[in-house]
Design a protein around this ligand. Structure first.
Ligand code: HEC
Length: 434
């Protein structure tokens, strides 16, 4: 693998890995449900507002839809904290690397989310202020929706880049990461899921008993509204299947496995009966079959859960080699650190024991220039001195205070009257013990 291998900081996980993985899948699914409702709501409010220019009842519908958006967006954000933290914990080296590589745009998520929320509140709370300037109101709704649509693209680009370290060296910022071969189709798959889930939500929402009271339509019938949403749900399902196939075919091979493929087939086929039930409700004359909605939602919930598990499966497969390589590198590094630490400790001990050898430093300062351990230099070697004075440290002290003249070839050794008896005794003992 030609991918950069960062070194990890080997900290223990705060919980067993399997538990964190289950929490990741569950919390991500909960988060994404609200993201879908927020995105879809924002899109539907915009579409209905535009339709409302011709058919005023749709403007009333747009207003009611917008009430749901601000609630769902708050839930989406709150529920997003857990999966984000778990991703950070389980995939720290990969997620850190990909976040840094798309750094500017990743940071821009915060101001963008803030702006999108403020626009959503302006859109919703000042509805009546815009009564005479619908273009401006629609403009605000469009900007809000565009931001809501763009932010998930940043997240998707990041979690996609995280999976493929081999692309890291070539990626230059957000846009090059966004244009990697498998991002945009994944994004389309995601957007069509948002349309699908929110359409079904609004089919349910517009079927509540209090709905008609809330919207106060003058002409529009509830069944028309519900069919309007059913039509979107049906269309989005078709787009889901098509984009899903493209995503599958273009996924890089390293994450593929039989388990993953089987999960996808299972997830995909569990959604299939829903198509028939949606078709029934779109085309049946007169009334809608309410039980169909429950069945449809059950089908898609199954599909979403299975796809969520499959998604995790792919991620684990895709990163398996890289994770092993990181673990290996980190282990080697830690072993090297440990060894270096041991060396440093030994060196320190060595130093200590040398310094603590009594007389050694005084010998080095005063005598070592002329007395080598084994070779005769200016004066005789310590070996020789040891032989002459075997055990007689007082003799050495006496000589050193007032050296005589023994060896004809040697110079006169200088006397050391400046050293105390204690120091000289220590030196002489050091010489004898050497
Ligand atoms: C400037 C050089 C010099 C220094 C410094 C020096 N010595 Fe000497 N030392 C000599 C020489 C030269 C001799 C040989 C003298 C001779 O044989 O006449 C000698 C000989 C000795 C002898 C042998 C005496 C014997 O009976 O043969 C001892 C013991 C000795 N030195 C101890 C010391 C001690 C201890 C110190 C440090 C406190 C020291 N020396 C520092 C030059 C030096």
């Amino acid at each position: 693998m030609n991918a950069p291998i960062p070194r990890d900081i080997p900290l223990p996980l705060p919980a067993p890995e399997g538990l964190l993985e289950i929490l990741l899948i569950v919390s991500f699914l909960v988060h994404i449900v609200f993201v879908h409702l927020m995105l879809g709501g924002s899109m539907f409010s915009l579409v209905c507002q535009i339709k409302g220019l011709k058919t005023p009842d749709y403007e009333k519908l747009a207003y009611r839809i917008m009430q749901t958006v601000t609630v769902n967006k708050s839930l989406a954000v709150v529920m997003g904290v857990a999966p984000l933290l778990i991703i950070n914990t389980l995939y720290a080296p990969q997620f850190y690397a990909s976040s840094a590589l798309i750094g500017d745009m990743w940071m821009a998520v915060i101001p963008m989310v803030t702006l999108a929320f403020l626009l959503a509140y302006v859109h919703k709370f000042w509805w009546n202020h815009f009564i005479n300037i619908p273009e401006l109101h629609i403009g605000i709704a469009a900007l809000e929706t565009a931001l809501f649509l763009f932010i998930p693209l940043i997240f998707m680009t990041n979690v996609n880049l995280m999976l493929f370290p081999e692309y890291w060296p070539q990626v230059k910022g957000f846009f090059s990461a966004m244009l990697l071969p498998n991002v945009l189709q994944r994004y389309l798959h995601f957007i069509s899921a948002a349309v699908l889930f929110s359409s079904l939500f609004f089919v349910w929402w517009s079927g509540r008993k209090t709905f008609l009271q809330e919207v106060q339509f003058s002409k529009l019938r509830v069944i028309d509204v519900r069919r309007f949403f059913y039509a979107f749900a049906f269309g989005a399902t078709i787009v889901q299947i098509l984009t899903g196939l493209v995503v599958f075919v273009t996924l890089p091979a390293q994450g593929m496995s039989w388990r993953f493929t089987l999960l996808l087939m299972l997830g995909g086929s569990s959604a299939l009966p829903a198509i028939w039930w949606m078709w029934q409700n779109l085309t049946s004359p007169g009334h809608l079959i309410d039980d169909n909605l429950k069945r449809i939602i059950a089908c898609f919930a199954c599909a979403a859960i299975i796809m969520g598990i499959a998604r995790h499966d792919y991620r684990e497969n895709a990163l398996a080699d890289h994770k092993t390589a990181i673990a290996e590198k980190t282990a080697n590094y830690m072993a090297a650190v440990k060894e270096a630490g041991e060396h440093a400790q030994l060196d320190a001990k060595d130093q200590e024991s040398k310094i603590s050898a009594p007389g050694e430093s005084a010998f080095n300062q005063n005598c070592a220039a002329c007395h080598h351990a084994t070779l005769p230099t200016v004066g005789p070697a310590l070996q020789e001195i040891k032989e002459i004075y075997a055990g007689d440290s007082a003799g050495i002290v006496a000589w050193t205070k007032a050296p005589g003249k023994k060896r004809p070839d040697s110079m006169q050794m200088p006397g050391f009257v400046q050293l105390s008896d204690d120091e000289l005794t220590a030196i002489s003992q050091y010489i004898l013990s050497h």
